[in-house]
Structures are given as structure tokens and as C-alpha cells.
Write a protein that binds this ligand. Structure first.
Ligand code: ARG
Length: 552
């Protein structure tokens, strides 16, 4: 529809399509679309009001002129017919579009560190990344998802030494990440007293870099037990798989060619024994340490060049916290300096921190809060709340899992990702307010209404599309462009906010309307509208990787 309006106006005024902008009036009673006419003045030598009036006279839409705007009103019945029938026919496919058709996108997200607990910090990367993956697929992109495991680096030398010296195999089998953390912390405590331990750590990392059998054996073991633990968290989050799990270690033998390439383009400098690349306006990048050990950024450059070759991406997203902004600036500048032309398609999708204020959030494992513990706690609390509401509910475990996990995900995704967010389990789980459970509850309520639907044909004769209904229908109509905007901004909160608005529109409609009307035709129309809303809530929550519940 929007495209049709744009081309109608462009051809009528004989201007470029790009000049025609369509907005939504702030006050919905002003119109369904608003076309600002200021930008045509210069070319057409007329005032915005004259142009708006000219459009009003000559376009085939109901419209009026307010200041320099042309406000357009859609034909309510025609639009309603087409929106409802499209949604009921397309269901889960509603909103599918071709914005990214024919394009390859690589999305790197989650990327926890082996031998460290999967902390709340990695939650954000995981849920934002998974949502962007779902949204991109919905836009027709060919998506490759990568979990770039933090499975390499000098810390593994320390860990091998520490485990050999203080590790306990039973404890490792019992609770691997706790045991690895314990010995790692111990290493740092001891190294304060005896700095020679750092040399031991360096030596073991060197052995690992040289593929020493014993070093490799420990490293592989640590990685294996870690991945097993991570999988439990992915299962809870409904994340089945990544297309690639190639982590940092995959690039251990692929850094030398990168260093050679940097050398051949005269980009390397030696500074205090270390090898660096000087950059414009930002601090130099450290490519190789003075002891020869390889570094995080060097692996990232190797990985980026390798991914470009392998996946021939049009765009690559790195879903990583704001604190690594400088790192990705450095990576991009180095790619540029090497003479590649794709650095503007390399996007750091940064996000803020998760701040914990609830006293209930215990930190059993030292400072970092473990994601799985939080999810488990959220599921328990959800169970308690649901049983208070409905003690006889079927499959309480499944329902509380979907609500508890959905609440944590939604709380994360409803905020613009760059901002820091407060985490408070009780707020997150409220059934009223801007929460996941509120949307799931709205869905379940609609679903129970739908038992009254007879699934018969209905007509639009004598159907009154009042303001509440129209607002709801117009929101449904905007779903596809909302998805595209979310992708353009790589920001899932656009979907989350859309769903909250949709639910608010629904609840306003519902509060003023007897859905199950004596007039069978009218009732069937209203129930079809309800069904369309339910379909879009399910569809949209699905993009955020949140499940709906039919009954709760
Ligand atoms: N494992 C890293 C960390 O936890 C995140 C990896 C980010 N991705 C990258 N390509 N550097 O900090």
C-alpha cells in the first residue's frame, strides 16, 4: 500500500520516488498516513500547502490537508478485509518478506568462554543474536549463525597448569565449570605471591600453541565439558543449533598468513618488543605479544577474512557488548588498511550491561551470576505465580518453563539494546505491565475466546469499524514493515514494542466490545479479528524466540 501511494504521488508531481516520505500521524485520528509536502517546495516552486491541496484534489484517496501535510485515510472495510484474510491464510508466514532476498548474512552471537560459567553477560548476546537470526530469516536472508567460542588464549596455559596442580577429577565430573573456575581463581591467588607461576602458565600456552599432546589433551577435555554445560542453557532458551561452532582455536594456525599480509603491506611496527599496527584516531592494535604469544584481535582478523571467503557475506553482525567497541573499530580499520573494501558491511551490534538489583539474585559462584541459575529461578517463580492463579492447570512444568524463560528473554529484548538494563525477577514476571507473561497471557485469553468461533464465512455488510477496531486493524497491517525496520536497525526491541502496542490495542477493543455477539455474522467477524491478533502475537513472539501457551 505504502509503495502504491509513493508511486502515485511521485508520478503525479513528477518527482523522484525517494523524495516522497510517508509518516504516521502522531494522533491517529488525523489520518492513517501523513505525507509531508515541504520537501517538494523547492523543486516545484509552490508552497507545501498548495502542493498538499493539489494532491488532495488529484489523488484517489480520502484525505485532508493539515499545515503542510497531506493526511490520507484508508478505506476501512477494504483494508480490514484484506488484512484479516491475509493473516488467517498466512498464519506463521504472515510478515515474510523479501527485504533480504538473495543476500548472505553472517550473525555471530553468544560466544561464551570455555571453562568459564555462562554468565548473564552472555545472555544478552545470545537472545539478541537469536532474535536477529529469526528476523533476518523472516526477511528472506540466507543466514549463517556462528558461535565463536572463546576456546583459546593465554588463560588456557594458566588453566592447564592450575588444573594439573590443584584440580580434582571427581569435582570436575561433578560440576566442571565450578571446578575449573576454582583452580583458575587459585592460580591468580598463588601467582600474586609467586610470580614465577606466570611463567608456568606461559609455558603451557606455548605448548598448546605447539600442539603438545598433553596440553592438547587437557584443553580438549576442558572444552568438551564446557560445551556440554552450555548446551543445557541453550536447551532452556530453545536454541537448537548454530551453523558453526568454530571458535577462536580454529584460527590458531591461520594467524601467520595474516601477520605476513600485514607485514607485506608495511603495516607492522615493533613497540617495546611487541608487534603492533598503528591506527588513525584510536589506540594501536597489539598483534603479537613480546613473548610471541598470539592475541584475540589477530584471531579475529583471521576469522573475518576466512568468513568473507567462505560465506561471501553481504553483511556480518557481531553481537558483542559495548565494551568491545574499540576492538571492533580496530578490526575494521585494519581490514581497510589491508585494502579490503567490505569493512562497512562489518557491524558491531553492541549492547549495554545487565544490572542486578534484586536481592533474590544470589551469586553463588562468586561475582558473576550464572544464567542457568537465573532461568531456573525464574521458572520456579513462574510456577508459583501460575499455581496461585490456576491451581488445576495441566502440564504446569511445561507452562512455567515457557513463561519463566520467556519473561527473561522479553525483559532483555524490550529495551533498546545499547542501553543498560535493570534486572529484577519479580518485575520481569508480572502478568500486567510490559512483560513477556503479559503477552503470553493475552494470547491465551484470545485463544480461549476462539472456542466460540464457528469458522463460517461472514460478510462485511453492516459491520461497524469504530476507532478501537480500526486502530487494532491498522496495527496488524503494519507488522511487515515493523519487521523490516527491526532488521534495518538490527534492533529486536522494535518488535517487542510493537507487540506491546498491539496487545494494548487489543485490550482496548476487548474492553469495549461484546465479542460473542447475538448477531452471528458480526460475532464471526470479531472472532476472526481476535484470531488475527493471536496469530500475530504468536508470530512476533516467535521472532523473539519466545513460545506461546494456549491455556494458562
Ligand atoms: N568470547 C568473547 C567474550 O566473551 C566474545 C567473542 C566476541 N566475538 C568476537 N569475534 N571477538 O568476551
Amino acid at each position: 500500500m505504502k509503495n502504491k501511494i509513493i508511486s502515485d504521488i511521485a508520478s503525479l508531481l513528477n518527482v523522484d520516488k525517494d523524495l516522497v516520505k510517508i509518516e504516521y500521524p502522531k494522533d491517529r485520528t488525523f489520518g492513517d498516513y501523513a505525507i509531508p509536502c515541504f520537501q517538494f517546495s523547492k523543486e516545484l516552486h509552490k508552497s507545501p500547502i498548495e502542493i498538499a491541496n493539489y494532491l488532495k484534489e488529484n489523488l484517489n484517496y480520502e484525505s485532508n490537508v493539515v499545515n503542510g501535510y497531506l493526511n490520507i485515510f484508508m478505506n476501512k472495510v477494504e483494508t480490514t478485509k484484506s488484512v484479516i484474510s491475509t493473516i488467517l491464510a498466512e498464519k506463521d508466514d504472515y510478515g515474510n518478506n523479501s527485504y533480504g532476498a538473495g543476500k548472505n548474512i553472517v550473525i555471530e552471537y553468544s560466544s561464551p568462554n570455555v571453562a568459564k560459567p555462562f554468565g548473564m553477560g552472555h545472555l544478552r548476546s545470545t537472545v539478541i543474536g537469536q532474535a536477529l537470526n529469526n528476523i533476518s530469516k523472516k526477511c528472506g536472508y540466507n543466514v549463517t549463525s556462528i558461535n565463536y567460542l572463546g576456546d583459546y588464549g593465554t588463560q588456557f596455559g594458566k588453566l592447564i597448569y592450575a588444573y594439573k596442580k590443584w584440580g580434582n577429577e571427581d569435582a570436575l565430573n561433578e560440576s566442571p565449570l565450578d571446578e575449573l573456575k576454582r583452580v583458575y581463581v587459585k592460580f591468580h591467588e598463588e601467582a600474586e605471591k609467586d610470580p614465577s607461576l606466570d611463567d608456568e602458565g606461559r609455558m603451557w600456552f606455548k605448548k598448546l600453541e605447539e600442539n603438545d599432546e598433553e596440553a592438547l589433551k587437557y584443553w580438549k577435555y576442558f572444552k568438551e565439558v564446557s560445551i556440554k554445560e552450555f548446551q543445557k542453557t541453550y536447551d532452556l532458551l530453545n536454541i537448537n543449533k548454530f551453523d558453526s561452532y568454530e571458535g577462536e582455536s580454529y584460527y590458531k594456525d591461520k594467524m601467520d598468513p595474516v601477520i605476513d599480509e600485514l607485514e607485506s603491506k608495511n603495516l607492522l611496527k615493533i613497540s617495546e618488543g611487541a608487534t603492533i599496527v598503528e591506527l588513525d584516531g584510536i589506540v594501536p592494535a597489539l598483534i603479537k605479544r613480546s613473548d610471541g604469544a598470539s592475541l584475540y584481535i589477530t584471531r579475529d582478523i583471521a576469522a573475518l577474512l576466512d568468513r568473507k571467503k567462505r560465506y561471501n557475506f553481504d553483511e556480518i553482525l557481531y553481537v558483542v557488548g559495548n565494551e568491545q567497541s574499540l576492538h571492533f573499530e580496530q578490526v575494521k580499520q585494519i581490514i581497510n588498511k589491508l585494502g579490503y573494501d567490505f569493512s562497512e558491511n562489518v557491524k558491531h551490534i553492541g549492547f549495554g550491561m545487565l544490572l542486578l538489583n534484586g536481592k533474590k539474585m544470589s551469586t553463588r559462584h562468586g561475582k558473576s551470576v550464572i544464567l542457568k541459575d537465573v532461568l531456573d529461578e525464574s521458572i520456579d517463580l513462574a510456577k508459583k505465580y501460575i499455581l496461585e492463579k490456576n491451581p488445576n492447570i495441566d502440564n504446569i512444568n511445561e507452562v512455567s518453563k515457557k513463561i519463566g524463560v520467556g519473561a527473561v528473554i522479553f525483559n532483555d529484548l524490550k529495551n533498546y539494546r545499547i542501553n543498560d538494563i535493570e534486572f529484577n525477577l519479580e518485575d520481569t514476571l508480572r502478568f500486567e505491565g510490559n512483560t513477556g507473561p503479559y503477552l503470553q497471557y493475552t494470547y491465551a485469553r484470545i485463544n480461549s475466546l476462539l472456542s466460540n468461533k464457528q469458522n463460517i464465512d461472514f460478510t462485511y455488510d453492516n459491520i461497524d469499524i469504530d476507532e478501537n477496531k480500526w486502530n487494532l486493524i491498522w496495527s496488524l497491517a503494519k507488522y511487515e514493515e515493523t519487521i523490516i525496520t527491526a532488521k534495518e536497525n538490527n534492533d529486536p526491541s522494535i518488535i517487542a514494542k510493537y507487540l506491546l502496542d498491539l496487545a494494548a490495542d487489543f485490550n482496548k477493543f476487548y474492553a469495549h466490545e461484546r465479542i460473542v455477539d447475538d448477531n452471528v455474522n458480526y460475532a464471526e467477524f470479531k472472532l476472526s479479528l481476535c484470531e488475527a491478533v493471536a496469530i500475530v502475537i504468536k508470530n512476533g513472539l516467535g521472532l523473539l524466540n519466545i513460545d506461546v501457551i494456549k491455556q494458562m
